[in-house]
Design a protein around this ligand. Structure first.
Ligand code: TYD
Length: 230
């Protein structure tokens, strides 16, 4: 499938620009068109995956189509990049930034945008907000720079709502079954990640919402549904 097949009205407005690329116009991360694209974020072992299944079940019970994806991964290419990212011994910090951004561009084009276009909901276990927190803040690569790199590849296909599970970093680390390369970072690293998420919630109050990760999953689903106005 050509990359432009699904990038057309009414999902987004497009215009052709030199080099046979399509630039998306009139799309903002907070625009109503992306309100069905939900990001679940948090530190390692924060319970995002459990919340994703429970939220998907609730939305499906209301008769919606729901597509669940995870990052890194979610496409054949993305799953291979996931292995490179999480199982390699040494990954240069900029290589890390670009590999996360690469698997993400593939995922939004191959899975997320087509799903949104046909009216489905998309629940994503991590999005580029993870890159801002992990690579931008905790790795020290710069939050604005990491945001910019990712937004370039996303071309406007961004989550309208970002829910962050706020858990004590020490507790989250203890909850992991088999920590991967990044999940094995120190408590200080995890604290920096959580600090970045908390700052994002303050900076983007209409989009990023903190949830208390210590609450039962059904209570969290209630809060998400309320925030979504459902
Ligand atoms: P994930 O599979 O969600 O692990 P967990 O269930 O432990 O949260 O994510 C794998 C790791 O990759 C996790 O440590 C977070 C990290 N990560 C980043 O550093 N940047 C990113 O952009 C993403 C998507 C994940």
């Amino acid at each position: 499938m050509g990359r432009v097949d699904f990038i057309r009205p009414p999902y987004v407005n497009t215009t052709r620009v030199p080099g046979d690329r399509y630039r998306l116009l009139g799309v903002s991360g907070n625009g109503p068109l992306n309100d069905r694209y939900i990001a679940l974020e948090g530190g390692d072992g924060s319970g995002k995956t459990t919340l994703s299944s429970a939220l998907a079940a609730r939305l499906r019970a209301d008769g919606n189509e729901v597509v669940e994806v995870r990052e890194p991964g979610g496409t054949p290419l993305g799953e291979r990049v996931r292995e490179l990212l999480l199982d390699s011994d040494h990954v240069d910090p900029w290589a890390e930034v670009f590999l996360f951004a690469a698997q993400r561009a593939q995922l939004v084009r191959e899975v997320v945008a087509p799903a949104l276009e046909r009216g489905a909901w998309v629940i994503s276990d991590r999005t580029y907000y993870s890159s801002i927190a992990y690579q931008g803040r905790a790795r020290g690569m710069g939050e604005e720079k990491v945001r910019e790199i990712n937004e370039t590849g996303l071309e406007g296909v961004e989550p309208g709502r970002v829910f962050v599970l706020d858990v004590d970093p020490g507790m989250g680390l203890g909850r992991q079954h088999r920590p991967d390369r990044i999940g094995s970072e120190s408590v200080e690293f995890q604290e920096a990640v959580m600090g970045a998420y908390r700052d994002l919630a303050v900076a983007e109050p209409g989009r990023v919402l903190l949830l208390d990760g210590g609450e039962p999953v059904e209570a969290l689903v209630d809060q998400v549904m309320e925030a979504l106005g459902r």
